[in-house]
Design a protein around this ligand. Sequence first.
Ligand SMILES: NC(=O)c1ccc[n+]([C@@H]2O[C@H](COP(=O)([O-])OP(=O)(O)OC[C@H]3O[C@@H](n4cnc5c(N)ncnc54)[C@H](O)[C@@H]3O)[C@@H](O)[C@H]2O)c1
Length: 257
Amino acid sequence: MTAAGTGAFGFTGEVVIVTGAAMGIGAGIAQVLAEAGATVVIADRVLDTARATAAALVAAGHAASAVHIDMADEASITRAVADVVARHGTLWGLVNNAGIQDRQLLLDGTAEEWDRVNAVNSRGVFLASREAARAMVAGGAGGRIVHVASAALIGSLVKGHAVYAASKAALVGLMRASALELAEHAITVNMVLPGGVATPGAIHAQGPTPDGPARRRPPLGMCEPRDIGAAVLYFASPMARCVTNQSFAVDGGWSVT
Ligand SMILES: NC(=O)c1ccc[n+]([C@@H]2O[C@H](COP(=O)([O-])OP(=O)(O)OC[C@H]3O[C@@H](n4cnc5c(N)ncnc54)[C@H](O)[C@@H]3O)[C@@H](O)[C@H]2O)c1
């Protein structure tokens, strides 16, 4: 474990919201950030689990708390960010991790599924980024926004990802536009693209049986939530002040197979 604030990518208590961090990849991201000295806010629509995840970090000697957020609900997003700012007086980072990864073949595609997935994966990320950026600009100390997209943006890995991949592709445009607008406030916007990670959401995703290139084992093995956290740590750290509008795949080497 890196002592708080002493590593190259260490924090000195900066406040970082991680959405969807009650479990899965988000919990791994929160753990890595907390170990590096960040004050982590576990933001999730399942508040009991978010509280338990935060309590485990606190029990391990880290700074963490929980807040309820529903990324499909604008009022909930606005309230959650305001709660965090009221609690801590400041906001350094937002990690947009919460996402729906159910599958639906294009030939069976429905507008309802498009709306349901995009409400969280793209619209919710847009709204959370707006709220966090407003708080960061008001704070005047810069900040970090990191989107968790998917290696599906590099190449389709599983059949049934038309809606999902499109929802994540929207984050590329959001990143480019917001990186330009927020640079003058010393706020960076970057993106991590995970490959397959055996999380509750991936294992229990609804839709047709997984089929496609993702059935191949990645040459470096399956990634763990902490592996995604390591890449997020870099982008979220104060050290990465000169990096914006960048994507970083953490896919176990899938892209070379
Ligand atoms: N697991 C993978 O293989 C994989 C691969 C590529 C990208 N991703 C992306 O990584 C992110 C995390 O995935 P995961 O596998 O850990 O998922 P998961 O389903 O295991 O966990 C997601 C977390 O987000 C929360 N959440 C879901 N909808 C929410 C909402 N509307 N508001 C607030 N919180 C909500 C859930 O309660 C849960 O705690 C997602 O954006 C996903 O698309 C995952």
